[in-house]
Design a protein around this ligand. Structure first.
Ligand code: FES
Length: 149
């Protein structure tokens, strides 16, 4: 699949198999890759406008800024698990998980060691973060579902 640019010049879609072939992230830039769609977005660390869902600069906030759909039934308040993502790369660039997030994640379907709540996982350092939106969530939404608390 050829790379295609979306309407936003700083968002592109790549073949998910080619994530490892991306060039190194420039100094003081953050790159977030959402799988399996292969949506790639970059911004200068500390420059992301807050979109009022989840913690500022969280994975959910990044998704909202760049029009990537990440469900967030509770509005980003750590009160559901619909923003569940699996961190494939860059976990060391994220904030530490607190007890509230850990307790909530325990209720998530398909919980994995690298699971985080997108609304609570904040990108604190420049670099590349790769997250996967679990298939159960994608499938549910694509079938017309809407998550509830
Ligand atoms: Fe509900 Fe993240 S949106 S916990």
């Amino acid at each position: 699949m050829a790379d295609t640019m979306t309407e936003k010049s700083n968002v592109k879609t790549i073949d998910p198999a080619k994530v490892k072939e991306l060039e190194p992230v420039a100094a003081n830039m953050v790159r977030v890759v959402f799988l399996p769609e292969g949506k790639v977005m970059e911004y200068e660390h500390g420059s992301l406008p807050y979109k009022h869902h989840g913690r500022p600069a969280s994975i959910l906030d990044v998704a909202e800024n760049f029009d990537v759909f990440l469900d967030h039934a509770c509005g980003g308040n750590c009160a559901c698990t619909t923003c569940h993502v699996v961190v494939k790369e860059g976990a060391n660039l994220l904030n530490e998980m607190d007890d509230d997030e850990a307790d909530r994640l325990d209720m998530a379907a398909d919980l994995q060691l690298a699971s985080r709540l997108g609304c609570q996982a904040v990108v604190e350092k420049p670099g590349q973060v790769v997250v996967e939106i679990p298939s159960w969530n994608r499938n549910y939404v694509s079938e017309g579902g809407s998550s509830k608390l």
